[in-house]
Write a protein that binds this ligand. Structure first.
Ligand code: CMP
Length: 140
């Protein structure tokens, strides 16, 4: 089915100047960019976005890292987009990520892991709405 998911190119990958290389992978996988913006998150914005992880031991480090520099945020649309994008990203920890995935190729650590993606359609809808008003999403 046609789905949407959120993608965030994290501060480490933006700093490495690999936004274009990561976008090329979306396109090659048949995922269309239907909304996009570059933004430096405040701590408060990062905390709100990752609220589901509030109780996790890595929460503070995650928020600090995500607010440390600009990120590139986009909505991807395509057939089976949530799972397809998760395959492209590879495992959360780059040490476990399959060869040829975004995290295997561009991530340095479980914290600086290059990209974020929604883990379900339900979370995708929440995450998209967090950053983009409906009028700024140009999908089907
Ligand atoms: P992301 O997909 O953005 O969702 C939450 C982030 O927390 C995750 O990627 C990792 O970068 C970071 N993180 C740090 N430690 C862990 C951990 N032990 N388990 C899951 N995520 C972690």
């Amino acid at each position: 089915a046609l789905e949407r998911t959120i993608s965030i190119i994290k501060p480490d990958a933006v700093a490495k100047n690999v936004i274009g290389q990561i976008y090329a992978r979306f396109e090659q996988a048949g995922l269309k960019v239907v909304a996009a913006k570059m933004k430096q998150l405040s701590r408060q914005e990062a905390e709100g976005f990752y609220a589901v992880h509030r109780e996790r031991p890595f929460f503070n480090a995650l928020v600090e890292f995500m607010a440390s520099g600009p990120v590139m945020i986009q909505v991807l649309e395509g057939d089976n987009a949530v799972a397809r994008y998760r395959e492209l990203m590879g495992a959360t920890n780059p040490k476990d990520a399959a060869p040829g995935t975004i995290r295997a190729d561009f991530a340095d650590s479980i914290d600086a892991n290059a990209v974020h993606g929604s883990d379900s359609q339900e979370n995708a809808a929440t995450e998209i709405a967090y950053f983009f008003p409906q009028t700024d999403v140009y999908g089907r």
